[in-house]
Design a protein around this ligand. Structure first.
Ligand code: ADP
Length: 573
């Protein structure tokens, strides 16, 4: 499989012409800085000390013209380079988002949303920062280092050789402490993600927090992760800065040393005054460039950590994939079957143990049983959110592992306990289930879900916005819209996962009546519920206990069996 990871190549090798232009313009501006330093030698020795006015006028005029041209070239460079950065970041965002769409449900079940959000926001912004500053903090200073070093050797080899001590002085810090700084930075990013995750969960659970007066406890938990974030942040910021400071200290010592030796050489007649000043200017330029580069290192470190974290998502492989030979699932014709299915979310625990059953087309079935017995897991396997560990799930005798996920899910309409309605019109919310549907199709399913009359009674009818997560509608209305949406899928199979469990008894009974009508109109209904009253009218009820089907039959048969179902029924009534 092709590696999706983002690396250095993605940043700079995608559009070579653009990068060559930017590098050329960066070279011009760096070379100009060196030329200005070098010009001191002849401005002082030939112009000032030689009292040559004409020479001075020519040199300064040329320098001013060059300065203006370089300033203009910087504007052009910024325009091209910043466009390039924005485009690369856009590509990384799209690549990551697209990849996330293909990851399996298991990934989302085990990854806190805040962790993903922090990768999208804070980690990407670190990458952005270092990309944007790369020319002024790295590329130009690096060219400056090269040109100034060459000019130093041109001016005086002996002094230039001593000046070269600047390189080990500068890179000692990153060499000694770089790895440690990187490690701490990684810790800091993890702590940051945890804090964001905490805030995100807090926002989502405000109702419960307020209802149970848990604000203090929430603040306590937040403070714990915030403290950890603070400590790792302090350590990582300090160590990153220390790496730079360490080099800076040696730079200052060297600057003074070079100036002292240069002054003695001038006194002894080995150098002219102008040369000493120019040498000093070039050496200061060199140290300034090296300091700039080393101050850029913390940004590079953070960018590297950010990239690693983003690559963490990109290297995540979907657990459920279409096989190379996968085919389109033909329209559902006969039955769905579980054949000796065993499955566990983790290796340690079996959540479904050798389960077999058949759901004939146009029948209605319910899976009931205590919480945690594996009912929803059955639905997840029908939807192929996970693959079985052994045994098979088949549609009309065809193992669903051999068909494409899209063709399977196209035939399945699902209604959950909490349905996400998008903050768009009711029409678009239903339409989302089948983009090929016509308005007539939508009215039809809304009628089947017995919500059409309500919708048209609204001032804006089908164009009414449902509000954030469907907040403008009652629980029952949301469920009915979700049922209409599920009915619009292609396969006439309606999957209900505790669809009425969050409703009051009156709304529940009303929706159950609607579902009974839908069942009669030639649909296959597969329902998971812990409320037995919702399963009474089903053709067949599968009773589950600890990952196994322990009883099955119609309501009356199960009651007469006087077993586990009967016990649950008596408890609930
Ligand atoms: P039910 O729908 O009957 O309440 P589920 O099918 O949702 O039960 O869950 C069956 C068992 O699998 C439970 O013990 C539950 O904790 C566990 N489980 C459910 N989802 C996951 C998951 N994503 N990762 C690990 N364990 C899970």
């Amino acid at each position: 499989m092709e590696s999706l990871k983002v690396g250095f190549r993605d940043f700079y090798c995608n559009n070579k012409t653009r990068i060559i232009i930017v590098l050329f313009l960066a070279f011009l501006s760096a070379a100009f800085d060196s030329v200005v330093g070098y010009s001191f030698s002849f401005i002082i020795d030939k112009g000032i000390l030689g009292k040559n006015y004409r020479f001075l006028i020519i040199v300064f005029t040329v320098l001013i013209i060059l300065a203006i041209l370089i300033a203009l070239s910087k504007v052009v460079r910024d325009y091209i380079y910043l466009g390039h950065c924005s485009e690369i970041l856009k590509k990384i965002r799209s690549k990551t988002f697209e990849h996330m769409q293909n990851l399996s449900i298991g990934f989302y079940a085990s990854t806190p949303p805040g962790e993903l959000l922090s990768k999208f926001s804070s980690d990407l912004s670190k990458v952005e920062e270092s990309m944007i500053y790369a020319p002024s903090y790295f590329i130009i200073p690096l060219i400056n280092v090269l040109t100034n070093t060459i000019l130093l050797f041109v001016m005086d080899i002996r002094l230039a050789l001593i000046s070269m001590l600047i390189f080990p002085a500068c890179f000692l810090g990153p060499l000694l402490y770089g790895k440690r700084a990187e490690k701490i930075n990684f810790k800091r990013k993890r702590a940051e993600a945890k804090t964001i995750s905490n805030v995100q969960t807090n926002i989502a659970s405000q109702t419960v927090l307020k209802a149970f007066s848990l604000q203090k406890l929430a603040t306590h938990y937040f403070e714990k992760s915030n403290d950890f974030f603070f400590m790792s942040m302090h350590k990582s910021l300090f160590l990153s800065t220390f790496v730079g400071r360490f080099g800076e200290m040696w730079l200052v010592v060297l600057q003074v040393l070079i100036f002292a030796i240069g002054s003695i050489m001038t006194l002894e007649g080995y150098l002219q005054v102008g040369q000493l000043v120019a040498f000093q200017a070039l050496f200061l330029g060199l140290s300034y460039s090296l300091t700039t580069i080393s101050s850029f290192m913390p940004m590079v470190l953070q960018c590297k950590v950010g990239m690693e974290r983003i690559n963490g998502i990109l290297s995540e492989k979907p657990v459920v994939t279409d096989s190379a030979s996968s085919v389109e699932l033909l329209p559902f014709a006969k039955e769905i079957s579980f054949n000796n299915v065993t499955f566990g979310y983790t290796k340690e625990l079996i959540n479904l143990d050798n389960v077999s059953f058949i759901i004939p087309k146009n029948s209605s079935v319910a899976f009931v049983g205590p919480s945690g017995c594996g009912k929803s897991t059955i639905l997840s396997l029908i939807m192929r959110f996970y693959d079985t560990d052994s045994g098979s799930v088949a549609f009309d005798g065809i193992d669903i592992k051999s068909v494409s996920q899209a063709s399977l899910r196209k035939q399945l309409g699902i209604v959950l306990q909490e349905n996400i309605l998008f903050n768009v019109s009711i029409m678009d919310n239903i339409f989302a289930a089948n983009l090929d549907a016509s308005s007539e199709d939508i009215y039809k399913v809304a009628r089947q879900a017995e919500i059409h009359d309500f919708i048209i009674s609204l001032p804006e009818g089908y164009n009414t916005k449902t509000g954030e997560r469907g907040g403008m509608l009652s629980g029952g209305q949301r469920q009915r819209i979700a049922i209409a949406r599920a009915l619009l899928r292609g396969g006439n199979i309606l999957i209900l996962d505790e669809a009425t469990s969050a409703l009051d008894p009156v709304s529940e009974a009303a929706i159950n009546a609607t579902l009974a009508n839908i069942a009669k109109s030639g649909k296959t209904i597969i329902s998971v519920t812990h409320r037995l009253s919702s399963a009474v009218n089903m053709d067949k009820i599968f009773v589950m206990q600890k990952g196994k089907i322990v009883e099955h039959g119609a309501h009356q048969e199960l009651m007469q069996l006087n077993g586990f179902y009967r016990q649950m029924w008596d408890k609930q009534h």
